[in-house]
Write a protein that binds this ligand. Sequence first.
Ligand code: ATP
Ligand code: MG
Ligand code: MG
Length: 380
Amino acid sequence: VATLGVMGGGQLGRMFVQAAQSLGYRTVVLDPDAESPAGAVAHQQIRADYLDPQGLAQLAEACDAITTEFENVPAQALAQLAATRTVAPAGSAVAKCQDRADEKAHFKASGVECAPYAVIRSEADLAAVDASLLPGILKTARMGYDGKGQARVRDRAELAAAFAAMKGVPCVLEQLLPLQLELSVIVARGADGQVVEFPVQQNLHRDGILAVTEVPAPSVPADVQAKARASAARIATELGYVGVLCVEFFLLTDGRLLVNEMAPRPHNSGHYTLDACDITQFEAQVRALACLPLNTPRLHSPVVMLNLLGDLWFDADGEERSPAWAQVLAIPGTHLHLYGKTSARPGRKMGHLNVTAATPELAAAAARQAAVLLGLPTDW
Ligand code: ATP
Ligand code: MG
Ligand code: MG
């Protein structure tokens, strides 16, 4: 039996492992955490740091091909693995996704428009910022996620203060855009260059964290959807990317589509594929890694995904509780996915609920019913 490995033991690794196992692969996870969600379901977990040469050597020894489930995997670790094994995506592609300046340069090179921006590495760069970029959002070039490492700035004084607060790490200043809504597209690209695109996802964020994904995207015109899919495919192709890539976009109030950022792995906004598509984003990841054929995914059901954050595990007094799963699961079309995390914290991604139905309207209504039972807002 061939063996597939994954760097990282979080929920994305867990769902990769489950997809790989269902296609008959042995699975190995590298993660230092003894209680990692992926380690709990894999055939083997190597408990080592991502940069530990011995752990990496053990992973390479055990596997035929290796992928990653988190975007900040050290590029040098992927390089060590790639010396003897198939690694997809490549360290060079992952490295571009890890740095907003490189990422935006790649979007430009691919002919896909992103927000006007400037790279800020020094006081001199600050002084040279064009006035048109304000008000803006200052983002650390590296390591940001869920809106962390970002500051909204109205003028030069706030910009200077925000850059100082980032302690001088390289940043990108983006123009603050008037967003109509946010969407994303998952693509998978094989080593042979074939690209398949998943349907467009419409995403709602709360406090910088994905809250709700709807497919089909209710408010994205068909021509914009086609453009987003083609842009995502071009971004993957121009990267020489192999694996699953998620590309996030903004639809502006004036109808323009701009690319925001990309993630070199399956994505939270793609979890709807587990119950609504004939191939999931994780199966696509396995197929790309194992050089199996990639079929164009087909949405077989309208779906609404609700992200389940740790907040649901606490009542108003901060006492821990269990969400009302039995009541939620009594609603037809609900599919609960819990990641097996041993402790809940506010904001922590604990699972998601996919709600499928015969029509988008029925899926939305059932998802609202579930949201009410869980105490989630119904603001989408
Ligand atoms: P993720 O968890 O998706 O990786 P992140 O921390 O990398 O998030 P971004 O996706 O860059 O952050 O931004 C987070 C959110 O902030 C976006 O989804 C969007 O709602 C808002 N945002 C980001 N950039 C802009 C912009 N230029 N104009 C307006 N809103 C923006
Ligand atoms: Mg990001
Ligand atoms: Mg984002």
